[in-house]
Design a protein around this ligand. Structure first.
Ligand SMILES: [Zn+2]
Ligand SMILES: [Zn+2]
Length: 436
């Protein structure tokens, strides 16, 4: 009886707002996304043809800011150098949610043969370089611009506020500069208004039309490994007269390759240690004084990350000591684990299924060793990052060119899907979390 009475009380309390509480129908979203899709394709091609490196996304930011202003969205520019933050206040009261895209291109020479292929150049770490959107951020920007247009068009029905974060320098700022997600946060991207949750996406090789992610650790934490070795230069014919840092560097590579293979519980979390560069020496018969080496450490567990850093350092120092050489080891974090909040991962699943079709969403995808500075937002507020399969039609994704390769391309058929996933993840979050 008591339960029945409280049921009626709850029903009465809800009734005045019942009309507003109806979710925005999927058909309305789909119709608006279809209408904006030709523009999204045009934006993507325009941005692709005019790529800009990290912290130099000036033209891109101008395009984005002008678009948001035309839609009546409040705009803050020059956040973390070239970032843009847009705030869309819905017509109905509710919480705040953020949608994020990255904006930077890469120092890569494009070899896609596309009619709108990049011919741009830029300066990377002091050297002139070709510039290409080889990671698909051109598609990300266009999809979020499309989502902003769709959401602005249904503003009156939106229960709460949507923050659009257009972030520079996801691939890392130029040497000696700050940038990316941590700098956007430091400059207020998550304040005034403060989002309670954030969503973001990335195009990757995969069956076009599919969406995949996993709760908890989805993408790895990344640390740059820097090693400097100092020996004693000598003639190549008299190695005993010097300290051979070339030989030492090869011993270090061999030994570090065993760190992940022999000292990590392989049943717990994936771990990678890679040495990618070795620089030293100028002539075939001179053993040089110094060698520098760089590499990357990829982990999924914070404690393990610290343990392996200590192991790497100890390995290098002990080997150097055995040669009589000096060594320095430093690490530079390029981002924590992209950690999808478990509750939010479950909550966003129906919205992603609405957008892509239930059969096309995998919410228990395998983790991936690449990293993403979206993780910085997730360290502040719950967030979910998901991937969109964007390989060409009929191509086996395992053979389609990976992100960062000169042939990387985005199947434009996935552009409306990305707009729908953005729109639906935002409005369904707001509808579920608005006070009745
Ligand atoms: Zn990338
Ligand atoms: Zn990327």
């Amino acid at each position: 009886m008591k339960a029945l009475a409280s049921f009626f009380a709850a029903a009465l309390a809800l009734s005045p707002l019942a009309a507003h509480a109806d979710p925005i129908p999927l058909a309305n979203v789909t119709q608006r996304v279809d209408a904006v899709t030709p523009k999204v394709v045009q934006w993507r091609r325009d941005i692709h043809a005019n790529p800009e490196l990290a912290n130099s996304e000036v033209r891109t930011a101008r395009l984005v800011a002008a678009h948001l202003r035309r839609l009546g969205i409040e705009v803050r520019e020059r956040v973390a150098h070239t970032g843009v933050v847009g705030v869309l206040r819905g017509g109905l009261p509710g919480p705040v949610v953020a949608l994020r895209t990255d904006m930077d291109a890469l120092p890569v020479l494009e070899a896609t043969g596309l009619p709108f292929a990049s011919r741009a150049t830029g300066t990377f770490n002091g050297a002139s370089t070709p510039v290409t959107h080889a990671c698909g951020h051109d598609a990300h920007i266009a999809m979020l611009m499309g989502a902003a247009e769709v959401l602005a068009g249904m503003k009156a029905q939106i229960r709460g506020t949507i923050v659009f974060i257009f972030q520079p320098a996801e691939e890392g700022p130029p040497a000696g500069q700050e940038g990316g997600a941590p700098m956007m946060i430091a400059e207020g991207a998550l304040a005034n208004p403060a989002p309670a949750a954030i969503f973001g996406l990335h195009v990757v090789p995969g069956v076009p039309g599919t969406v995949f992610y996993r709760p908890e650790g989805f993408m790895a934490a990344a640390d740059q490994i820097n090693i400097a070795l100092h020996g004693r230069q000598t003639h190549g014919a008299w190695p005993w007269q010097g300290i051979d840092v070339i030989s030492l560097s090869s011993a270090i590579v061999s030994e570090l390759n065993t760190v992940a293979a022999r000292t990590v519980d392989v049943t717990a979390t994936p771990t990678i240690v890679t040495i990618a560069t070795i620089n030293g020496g100028v002539r075939y018969n001179i053993i040089p004084q110094d060698v520098t080496m760089t590499g990357t450490l990829r982990t999924f567990d914070a404690a393990q990350r610290e343990t392996i850093k200590k192991r790497i350092e100890a390995t290098v120092m002990n080997l150097a000591a055995s040669y009589g050489a000096r060594a320095e080891v430093t690490f530079r974090s390029s981002g924590a684990v992209t950690f999808n909040d478990p509750a939010l991962s479950a909550a966003v699943l129906p919205a992603l299924q609405e957008a892509a079709g239930a059969a096309n969403v995998n919410a228990a995808s395998r983790p991936t060793m690449v990293s993403e500075d979206f993780s910085a937002f997730q360290e502040k507020i719950p967030g979910v990052f998901y991937h969109l399969g964007a390989s060409a039609d009929g191509v086996d994704p395992s053979t389609s060119p990976p992100n960062h390769s000169p042939q990387f391309d985005v199947n434009e058929k996935v552009l409306p899907l990305g707009v729908r996933t953005h729109v639906l993840s935002a409005i369904r979050y707001l509808e579920a979390n608005a006070q009745p």
